[in-house]
Design a protein around this ligand. Structure first.
Ligand code: ATP
Ligand code: MG
Length: 402
């Protein structure tokens, strides 16, 4: 099967060394669904140290859980030793990981039947829990007893709704009942794990359908930020298409509720500094747009890489909006793209006022020039800028004293 070709050398190496090796997890599911596959995960009877010895490029990411990343031809493969998991007393990590040789045991620890199918090198499917039937019926069904499985790892509840958002599948009845009865357990799950699943949830093609599910509402309303707003679900039910990411969804909700305490949300979801910056830029640009600031100013201050996310959010939030093409055109027509492009430098400004000491006033003048050039009030021409500065800041002006 062509899509799995990149994994071929890894499987062959393991099998020739006398071990069992299978392709498992999401890539098998997506292949059966005819969807493009993401990362190819491999399960093997080889122990992590054996895997490490067999390949030249390995990254030991989770040896104690049996996972080694093998690099081959610029691609990474997660190679995990077949294992079963014992009790989860902290509802986060299994108390003990037992390596096993039976692939069925490994499949039994997986969350849903569609994710518990193994593919052999000979293209045979090992599907002990009826995963293919569930895939054909578009059903998300827990492997084994759903209540016990959610109790072991409550993140699986959120995974169920993220798969329904990604795949448009329905949650099978018993799984759904167990989920509804186990909701409170989500409080035990770390925010980092929740972040990963929520991010995929908000990017799902079937997001709208998933947001209409009762179990989605019940689960979301237990999560940080979402639980703070009584009307958050009304806003979310209006959402008709996928977000770029969880961050954009947070900005959208924050904006709808005029929530200025976004900082605490960023902390709650442990956003990286880059993500915080993106969220702030998007939020600020939306505020400027709402208060009808000149579009060139928005185009100037917003990083072009965020234009599509900004226009997407603006489209959701305001009636009359601007397209990505329009914003890009405005960007192309900007007279300057940074302060460095201003035809008058800080030194030039200082020379206009030789008796003044260096200070914040220089930056203040440059800020004004910048804005006036962008909005077209002033041409970006040295002599005209000089004239404007002299005219606006006569020497005796007291306002210089800051
Ligand atoms: P995606 O294509 O979005 O990556 P995925 O199914 O590959 O989806 P991963 O989170 O990458 O999801 O997990 C890989 C596999 O590991 C899953 O298909 C499933 O078999 C198993 N798995 C992951 N998380 C859990 C969990 N919390 N409980 C049980 N099994 C899990
Ligand atoms: Mg995966």
């Amino acid at each position: 099967m062509d899509v799995f070709k990149p994994a071929e050398p890894i499987l062959t190496r393991l099998i020739e060394a006398g071990y069992e090796a299978y392709i498992v997890g999401g890539s098998v599911r997506d292949y059966l669904l005819g969807r493009p596959i993401n990362d190819i995960d491999i399960a093997t009877s080889a122990r992590p140290e054996d895997v490490s010895a067999l390949f030249s490029q390995v990254i030991p990411v989770g040896i104690e859980h049996g996972t080694v990343i093998v690099r081959h031809d610029h691609t990474s493969f997660e190679v995990t030793t077949l294992r079963e998991e014992t009790t989860y007393s902290d509802r986060r990590h299994p108390d003990k990981v037992n390596f096993v040789t039976d692939v069925t045991k490994d499949l039994a620890r997986r969350d849903f039947t569609m994710n518990a199918i193994a593919l052999t090198q000979m293209d045979a499917l090992i599907d002990p829990f009826g995963g293919q039937v569930d895939i054909n019926h578009k059903r998300i069904r827990a492997v084994g007893n759903p209540a016990a499985r959610f109790n072991e790892d409550p993140l699986r509840m959120l995974r169920a709704i993220r798969f329904s958002s990604q795949l448009g599948f329905a949650i099978e009845q018993k799984t759904k009942t167990a989920l509804t009865e186990s909701l409170a357990l989500i409080d035990h799950v770390s925010i980092e794990r929740i972040h990963v699943e929520l991010d995929k949830f908000f990017q799902g093609v079937y997001l709208h359908e998933a947001l209409m599910l009762e179990e989605t509402e019940q689960l979301l309303l237990r999560l940080p930020f979402f639980k703070e707003f009584t009307t958050v679900m009304d806003d979310l039910k209006r959402v008709k298409r996928a977000f770029h990411s969880l961050i954009d969804a947070l900005v959208y909700i924050g904006f709808r509720h005029q929530n200025t305490a976004l900082k605490s949300v960023y902390e709650a979801y442990r956003l990286s500094n880059v993500q915080k910056r993106e969220a702030n830029m998007l939020y600020t640009s939306l505020t400027c747009y709402q208060s009808q600031q000149p579009l060139p100013l928005i185009a100037y201050h917003l990083t072009p890489q965020l234009y599509h996310r900004f226009t997407d959010l603006a489209d959701r939030l305001f009636d009359e909006t601007l397209s990505l093409e329009d914003l890009t055109k405005i960007h192309q027509q900007l007279p300057i793209h940074s302060k460095q492009d201003i035809a008058l430098s800080g030194n030039d400004v200082m020379q206009l006022f030789p008796e003044r000491k260096r200070g914040r006033w220089i930056g203040h003048i440059l800020d004004q020039l910048e804005e006036k050039i962008i909005t077209g009030e002033l041409p970006n021409q040295r002599e005209q800028l000089k004239e404007w500065v002299i005219w606006s800041y006569p020497i005796e002006k007291k306002s210089f004293n800051y």
